[in-house]
Design a binder for this molecule. Structure first.
Ligand code: NAD
Length: 296
């Protein structure tokens, strides 16, 4: 039998460069924050860190340097690891009433015995820059002005950066968490797209995914989205952040999308790292400035 080599995948998707997009947004935030500062109204974000989790501490440190770079004041409230519900709730309520504080976020994870959702629902809706108070998600559903979860906003900005007209397109969202999949689905519905929300129990994900003009994966499963699941020319946004061990023992961060093979089929594709991650941080900064501006 004669062996024919497989056809060369010459097509390469256009990269949705989250790092570059985030840079542009951060620059706009910096200009706005600078203008407010000159007018005597510095923009301020307060964060509560109430666990011994090293990941959360690293995230808080990174946030401090991003805030510094864009001219937002950042105040970190470090509560001892063994803090009780009342300690954390009390701090949130104090910040709610402080007019100098425009934005509040609570670093996760909280100590295991604390009801995270109960704490999140205490954050003043107008200062809830991560959009984690259920009231804010409800306002998104009703199409009211609200603070939208940063990762969902990041996904929408990245889709829109491709120039696709969303109305009437078919969008498949892989993953339906409260913080990513569900708000992304709602925002796409608001854009009058036809939206299919999928989860780990969805049957024949591949057939559904193949019909998508826009495919968003937020499942946290490395290599889940392969080339045969992607419609040629589709916009593919990879939200997944997964740490994997390579055959040589080194560790790498990858998304949910098998990047190299999907790049041969998709029209636009976001990378990991350098995709949704930096855009999420930029959205947090933008939400912070917005919540300050709306408070006036
Ligand atoms: P989650 O665990 O809360 O939810 C995962 C969702 O994916 C669930 O709805 C589950 O049913 C679905 N799912 C799991 N396996 C699936 C499969 N095989 N097929 C179809 N659906 C499947 O996760 P999350 O908090 O939404 O995060 C998802 C991923 O996004 C993670 O990798 C996380 O690290 C990443 N993330 C990235 C950012 C960012 O800023 N880039 C922000 C938040 C989350």
């Amino acid at each position: 039998m004669v062996w024919y080599p497989p056809p060369m995948m010459t097509h390469q998707a256009t990269l949705i460069d989250g790092k570059a997009l985030a840079g542009t947004i951060r620059e706009r935030v910096r200009e706005a924050a600078e203008a407010h500062r000159r007018a005597g109204r510095p923009v301020r974000l307060d964060a509560i860190l109430a666990s011994d989790d090293s990941g959360a501490a690293i995230y808080a440190r990174n946030q401090a340097s991003v805030c510094e770079a864009v001219g937002i004041e950042y105040v970190l409230h470090e509560l001892p690891g063994g803090s009780k519900y009342d300690d954390i709730a009390g701090r949130v309520l104090l910040l709610n009433t402080d007019d100098e504080v425009h934005a509040i976020m609570v670093h996760l994870p909280l100590p295991a015995e604390i009801d995270t959702e109960r704490i999140q629902s205490l954050i003043d809706v107008s200062k809830d820059v991560e959009g984690v108070n259920p009231a804010n998600i409800g306002r998104v559903v009703y199409g009211r002005r609200s603070l939208v979860p940063c990762t969902a906003l990041a996904v929408m900005e990245m889709i829109e950066s491709t120039g696709i007209a969303l109305r009437g397109t078919r969008c498949v969202i892989v993953g339906a968490s409260n913080i990513v999949g569900k708000p992304v689905a709602v925002l796409l519905m608001k854009a009058e797209a036809t939206v299919i929300s999928t989860n780990k129990y969805t049957k024949d994900l591949a057939s559904l995914a193949r019909t998508a003009d826009v495919l968003v994966s937020a499942a946290g499963v490395p290599g889940l989205i392969t080339a045969d699941m992607v419609k040629p020319g589709a916009v593919v946004v990879d939200v997944g952040i997964n740490r994997i061990t390579m055959p040589d023992g080194t560790r790498r961060t990858v998304g949910d999308v098998a990047f190299d093979e999907v790049a041969g089929v998709a029209g636009h594709l976001s990378p990991v790292p350098g995709g949704v991650g930096p855009m999420t941080v930029a959205m947090l900064m933008r939400n912070t400035v917005q919540s300050m501006e709306r408070s006036r």
